[in-house]
Design a protein around this ligand. Structure first.
Ligand code: MN
Length: 491
């Protein structure tokens, strides 16, 4: 993507869109941030609420170490600075589903400082996006307004669940980059196992800050589009919001800092409230909690046990397996997919299979079939071991690639050991051509015009190969058929 294709044309010239993302990622942990109540999803209303979560008088928060570990691990995955000392603050605002009357969050001293995410764009461009900070904070509960005609109810199951707020620098310049950023962030936390990334359940949601300016001009006032939990809608919301702001400015107006909501049905954003400034929240250190402190050895211990992350995996796939950048990035997008591919490439005895063939089969045949059936890799009817066995049958020339597609279908529908299926159903490739020699002779006798063509241009032999393959039911070895034909035609 060139710089100019990232700009939007307005009546007065080109405009640049400046985007920053504040993501809220629910920490994967059995218990809440400051209480022992369960974080399970889908329980009856108020079934996971401790006295701390309900903010009963005199209750004191106790930090959950698991959440601290997860925040540090995420910070390491973002190549970020881990702060050995951080502070929890009270962010004061009234919300009917926040019983404390304040949210315990981190303000001036977050647990994680600056980091970076590298995006691989479809055209091969790499975009570096700065991470400003990551801090831990509590989630709020949920108000239910549709249960009763005159009353609102509250469900506090989510109140007090740990969130990581991950704030990017305003380094994004298009809806495509922003969608790629949220996808990459989701991929990283899923690899780490620090957040399940389930956007439908709002376990990962993003506030998108959008402003526009003439290229090179200082930053303009931004609007925040709140609580986006679909990557596709994030793209649509940015496109709409940027054009809305351009029209206002070109019409002689100014942008007011505000919080807006995206309406997917109408494809537009609308005002929700004017945006609060930090000083509206009266932040102050929570006197119920000591500063959070740990040492470098603790961080190093966590770093040692991090899984191989997508960028490192991608580097390994392009380097060790000579895969293209594109194939590698498709395979590493999800940890499960990358692990499946790793398992396909490795023979039971540990020797490698041909990685390029394996990548083609996983990306084209398997992913294509999974997509068609609406399945994901975890529910694939063809296992990595089965696909690997199919590849071995191709490699040792027991079957042709064409028959391999039929075999894949059989394994997909019926399961079973691919090698046994090939032998029990007589699918093996035929290299002894005695059986089709007669057909070849007949073809040559019946098609003198094609024979003449083949003699003039050996490429025309392919017509005979095709016919002979067909008569063998696809089981003849194409190379052997080719050799036979060349001999008979004298080309
Ligand atoms: Mn927040």
């Amino acid at each position: 993507m060139t710089a100019s294709s990232k700009t939007i044309k307005g009546a007065t010239g080109d405009w640049e869109v400046v985007i920053g993302v504040e993501a809220h990622a629910q920490v994967t942990s059995k218990a809440k941030l400051f209480s022992g109540a369960s974080t399970e999803f889908g329980g009856g209303p108020n079934s996971y609420v401790s006295l701390v979560d309900a903010a009963m008088p005199g209750m004191l928060p106790v930090i959950n170490e698991e959440c601290v570990k997860q925040a540090i691990r995420t910070g390491l995955g973002l190549n970020a600075k881990i702060n050995l000392k951080s502070v929890f603050d009270r962010k004061n605002y009234f919300y009917p589903d926040l019983p404390q009357g304040y949210q315990i969050s981190q303000y001036k001293s977050p647990i994680v400082g600056e980091g970076e995410i590298v995006l691989d764009m479809a055209d091969g461009e790499q975009v570096k996006v700065g991470i400003e900070r990551l801090h831990l904070e509590q989630d709020a509960g949920k108000s239910l307004h549709d249960q009763h005609a005159t009353m609102s109810f509250v469900d506090l199951n989510r109140a007090g669940v740990a969130l990581m707020e991950i704030v990017s620098k305003p380094d994004l310049r298009s809806s495509e980059e922003t969608m790629a950023y949220v996808s990459k962030l989701r991929s990283i936390v899923r690899y780490l196992g620090t957040c399940d990334g389930d956007m439908e359940k709002a376990n990962l949601r993003a506030d998108i800050n959008v402003s526009v300016r003439k290229p090179g001009a200082p930053l303009n006032t931004r609007c925040e589009i709140k609580n986006m939990n679909s990557i596709r809608f994030i793209g649509q919301a940015i496109e709409h919001e940027a054009r809305r702001q351009i029209e206002i400015i070109e019409g002689g107006g100014t942008i007011e800092q505000e919080t807006r909501l995206f309406d997917p049905d109408r494809g537009e954003t609308r005002s929700m409230r004017t945006k609060e400034e930090a000083h509206d929240y009266r932040y102050f250190p929570d006197p119920d909690l000591l500063p959070l402190e740990f040492d470098q050895a603790y961080v190093d211990g966590l770093r040692e046990h991090l899984p191989e992350l997508p960028n490192v995996k991608k580097g390994r796939f392009t380097r060790d397996f000579a895969l293209s950048e594109y194939d590698a990035s498709v395979l590493v997008a999800e940890r499960e997919t990358a692990e499946f591919f790793d398992a396909v490439v490795k023979k039971p005895d540990g020797d490698p299979r041909d990685a390029k063939t394996a990548a083609n089969w996983v990306i084209n045949d398997l992913f294509g079939r999974l997509k068609k059936e609406g399945k994901d890799i975890a529910s694939s009817p063809v296992s990595a071991a089965q696909l690997g066995a199919i590849l071995d049958l191709i490699a040792d020339r027991t079957i042709s690639s064409k028959i391999a597609k039929d075999l894949f279908e059989i394994v997909w529908n019926e399961g079973g050991d691919p090698r046994e299926i090939v032998s029990s159903r007589g699918m093996a490739q035929v290299t002894d051509l005695g059986a089709i020699e007669k057909t070849v002779d007949e073809l040559i006798a019946a098609n003198p015009d094609k024979v003449a063509q083949a003699k003039a241009n050996p490429k025309a032999t392919m017509w005979f190969v095709g016919q002979a393959m067909k008569s063998s039911g696809g089981k003849a070895n194409p190379q052997a058929v080719n050799d036979l034909l060349k001999k008979k035609l004298g080309v």
